[in-house]
Ligand binder design. Structure first.
Ligand SMILES: Cc1ncc(COP(=O)(O)O)c(C=O)c1O
Length: 510
């Protein structure tokens, strides 16, 4: 007689194998549904705001429901969700997920290891070290699978160290925390209380809003992020940094870090990294590069040099979930010298053991991460890279850049369209301005925003694709993020035609 609280053998895969056949058919039903929806992505819009449900009150089932009943609910949930698998989806950096990435997520759940410690994830810990070490090599640092030491395994040399984290936000926060603690004084021990000057970091306001969250979290307050001016292209103005530093210091504040962005969120602009590195080195500032988006071009030999200067950073954020087709979440934070994170972040994992074996030490990644329990994100990353291949990924990314240039050229060549700035990466911002240029007055600008919003809606309703509507320097733009392996010139042309058609109509009606 079984003493299990669940009589229904369908709830868990029986470790003794009694329900193997039933579990296979359960899995096949999920696979059928998944492939049906994913392979029909062209039949539904990229985004449809009208089908989004309103949340109702939730009442849990007391004794469980049948899989058949649940499967009936899943169809509509999947088919009305955001559809980044549509080649016209160009709203944000949400990619079509790789096939092996999708299926590996189920394997990860089946294994249900925990990246907190070595003994909770012995194989995946080693895999994560391998993959993040490959990343450090991509950005021009030494590759090293060994761990940064500290505690019982000290070492004397700078060895790069990377971690996978759940998103670029967490990566930027981790970098800013380590940078702040490295500024001198023992803020890891004492917090901010003993500092004689409030710490601040410098980045343009085109940097991601995760830096505002980081400033908040680190106790710097919003003022702790000092915004640097940008040029017309959206990049940091190098000539502004000296005077800003002087002013900040005169005010009695203490700059500790300078942030460069390789691919800003709205325009995809790459800041001049060598010049930033130069200033950071001269001024004794921690240089962090947020390459959440742009880091992906490092896989291409043709494009890699556009990131030149990144190798001088002390920390780098890189988000494979954005442009390497790895399903969310999969981001990373990389440190040029692992001892920084060892000294300024690490807390010993006392709930388990440290392990050493003859051929090397084992380590608990959770000692070096802000997160505790972490999902295994490395498997889908590894499988995606291995299945698609580095060179093929590079070709896809190169094609995206060519398409972005193509789109920008079409916009520039059109009398009624206005390009915000030439793309550095795969993002193009533009708007419709009609046959004659807009007056520069506020009233006209607000009407222009309404027209831009109505065009966005028209593109959405046309079923051709979906563009986002970011605000940039106080004005609305249509934003195309080129990210789908099947997007091509024909689709871009069709979307532009729709923009112009809807723009002409909006000029009469809005
Ligand atoms: C440049 C940049 N950095 C950081 C982030 C934050 O990444 P996540 O959304 O994964 O937290 C983003 C997200 O769009 C980004 O564009």
């Amino acid at each position: 007689m079984s003493d299990r609280v669940t009589e229904n053998s369908a709830h868990f895969i029986d470790p003794a194998g009694s329900n193997r056949d039933a579990m296979r058919s359960l899995g096949y039903r999920f696979v059928d549904l998944l492939v049906d929806v994913a392979s029909n992505a062209l039949a539904r819009p990229a985004f449809d705001r009208d089908t989004a449900p309103e949340p109702g009150p939730y009442h849990p089932s007391e004794e469980g429901r049948s899989v058949a009943e649940l499967m009936n609910e899943l169809g509509p949930i999947l088919s009305t969700s955001l559809n980044p698998a549509h080649p016209g989806y160009m709203g944000h950096m949400d990619t079509l997920a790789s096939a092996v990435g999708i299926f590996s997520d189920a394997l990860v759940s089946a294994a249900n290891n925990n990246m907190l410690s070595w003994e909770m994830s012995p194989v995946f810990t080693a895999m994560e070290r391998q993959m993040t070490s490959w990343f450090t090599g991509l950005f021009g640092w030494e590759r090293s699978e060994t761990f940064p030491g500290g505690g019982e395994v000290p070492h004397d040399e700078a060895v790069p160290f990377g971690q996978l984290v759940s998103g670029g936000t967490l990566a930027n926060m981790t970098a800013m925390l380590v940078a702040r603690n490295a500024l001198g004084g023992d803020t890891k021990q004492d917090g901010l209380a003993r500092l004689d000057a409030p710490p601040v970091f410098l980045a343009t306001k085109n940097a991601h809003f995760s830096f505002a969250k980081a400033a908040n979290l680190l106790g710097l307050g919003k003022e702790g992020w000092v915004g640097l001016p940008t040029d017309d292209h959206g990049a940091v103005r190098i000539d502004s940094i000296g005077p800003v530093l002087e002013k900040v210091r005169r005010e009695g504040r203490r700059p500790f870090a300078l942030v460069g962005v390789a691919g800003t969120t709205v325009t995809g602009t790459i800041d001049p990294l060598p010049e930033l590195a130069e200033i950071a080195e001269r001024e004794g500032l921690w240089f962090h590069v947020d390459a959440a988006l742009g880091g992906a071009i490092a896989v291409s030999e043709r494009l890699r040099s556009r990131l030149s200067g990144v190798e001088r950073a002390r920390s780098i954020t890189f988000n494979p979930q954005k442009w390497l087709f790895v399903p969310k979440t999969c981001a990373s934070i990389l440190f040029r010298d692992g001892r920084d994170v060892d000294t300024h972040l690490r807390e010993a994992f006392v709930y388990g053991t440290s392990h050493r074996r003859e051929h090397g030490e084992h380590y608990n990644l959770g000692e070096w991460t802000l997160q505790g329990t972490r999902r295994v994100d490395v498997l889908k990353l590894y499988l995606t890279l291995e299945h698609i291949g580095r060179r093929r990924l590079a070709r896809i990314i190169e094609r995206h850049l060519d398409l972005a240039s193509y789109l920008a050229e079409q916009i520039e060549a059109h009398d009624e369209l206005e390009l915000l700035t030439k793309p550095d990466l795969n993002i193009v911002n533009f708007r419709y301005r009609g046959p004659s240029p807009w007056d520069d007055c506020e009233k006209v600008a607000m009407r222009c925003d309404r027209i831009t919003a109505s065009i966005q809606r028209s593109v959405e309703d046309s079923g051709l694709g979906w563009l986002s509507l970011p605000e940039y320097r106080g004005r609305r733009y249509l934003r195309a993020v080129i990210l789908h392996p099947d997007t091509d010139e024909r689709r871009l042309d069709a979307i532009l035609d729709e923009v112009v058609r809807a723009g002409r109509e909006a000029l009469r009606t809005v």
